[in-house]
Design a protein around this ligand. Structure first.
Ligand SMILES: Nc1ncnc2c1ncn2[C@@H]1O[C@H](COP(=O)(O)OP(=O)(O)O)[C@@H](O)[C@H]1O
Ligand SMILES: [Mg+2]
Length: 259
């Protein structure tokens, strides 16, 4: 049975796209056939993040009926597939977001995998929420700042009004600071379960600049282990964190100092 998992956030910049991408790679490492969809028609960035620079055909071309969805499913690393959205404002002018049949798009893309991860646009855009498959598992992404939690709360209230269930939230870019909200405080504000905590990690920025996932680049890092654990939990699979190769580092050090 296919799974549809959508990542939403109130605020932009909380790492929703980064998380979608890394979860996609993580889930494919667990053997799933993953398709990631960029549903942000205006501020698309899945193409850049996944290293697919300037793809020839995008969801924009499908929406203006020039191409079919089969023309814009791209395979990237780890066999993960991506359906990118265009960045050309010219094409965007011809698309009326109120008339997009997301149901149809999801139907057409369903042949390409068994886990579908959707990177939703930040903020409130009920058109897309109404068009999601009924069984979509919705996950909120937030940081620990007041502003991002407040916006996550707004979107949580909107989902309630639309009768859309939220599976829980992921706290991204976490670090311990007394001026930030704690995971338990955020959980009690949002009133949905905390699914995972992904630490703040500058490697994430580097990985993204290379169009690679942190899960592949630095598998023993706390960030990668957190993403893998979240993927395992969502898939109901076991995962043992990968320890850093301390012996390897020690061997190199010894060689370096000549002992
Ligand atoms: N856990 C993290 N630690 C550090 N930086 C992160 C983390 N997650 C994402 N980022 C960085 O934050 C920036 C915004 O991420 P992005 O995924 O584009 O946000 P959004 O899609 O929510 O707007 C990117 O430059 C990304 O590299
Ligand atoms: Mg984004």
């Amino acid at each position: 049975m296919s799974r549809f998992i959508a990542f939403a956030s109130g605020k932009g910049g909380v790492g929703r796209t980064a998380l979608t991408f890394n979860m996609g790679v993580a889930m494919s490492l667990f053997g799933e056939e993953v398709v990631m969809l960029d549903t942000d028609l205006v501020m698309a960035n899945m193409d850049v993040i996944t290293g697919l620079l300037n793809p020839e055909v995008t969801l924009h071309d499908v929406l203006i009926r020039e191409k079919s969805i089969d023309d814009c499913v791209y395979e990237i690393n780890q066999g993960v597939r991506v359906v990118p959205t265009g960045i050309h404002f010219e094409t965007l002018k011809h698309i009326n977001p109120n008339y997009i049949s997301w149901n149809k798009i999801m139907n057409e893309v369903s042949d390409y995998g068994n886990v579908f991860l959707m990177d939703l646009p930040a903020g409130i855009n009920s058109n897309i929420f109404e068009g999601l498959p009924e069984e979509t598992e919705l996950i909120l992404v937030t940081n620990s700042t007041m502003a991002s939690v407040a916006d996550a709360l707004k979107i949580r209230i909107l989902f309630n009004e639309l009768n859309i269930d939220i599976v829980g939230f992921v706290l991204n870019m976490w670090y311990d600071d007394k001026f930030l909200l704690s995971p338990t405080e955020i959980e009690s504000i949002l009133e949905v379960p905390l699914l995972g905590i992904v630490p703040y990690d500058r490697e994430m920025e580097r990985a993204m600049a290379m169009g690679r996932s942190i899960v592949e680049l630095n598998p023993s890092s706390p960030t990668s282990n957190a993403v893998m654990q979240l993927a395992a939990d969502m898939l109901g699979k076991p995962y043992r964190p990968i320890e850093p190769d301390k012996e390897g580092i020690l061997r190199k050090l010894k060689k370096f100092v000549g002992i």
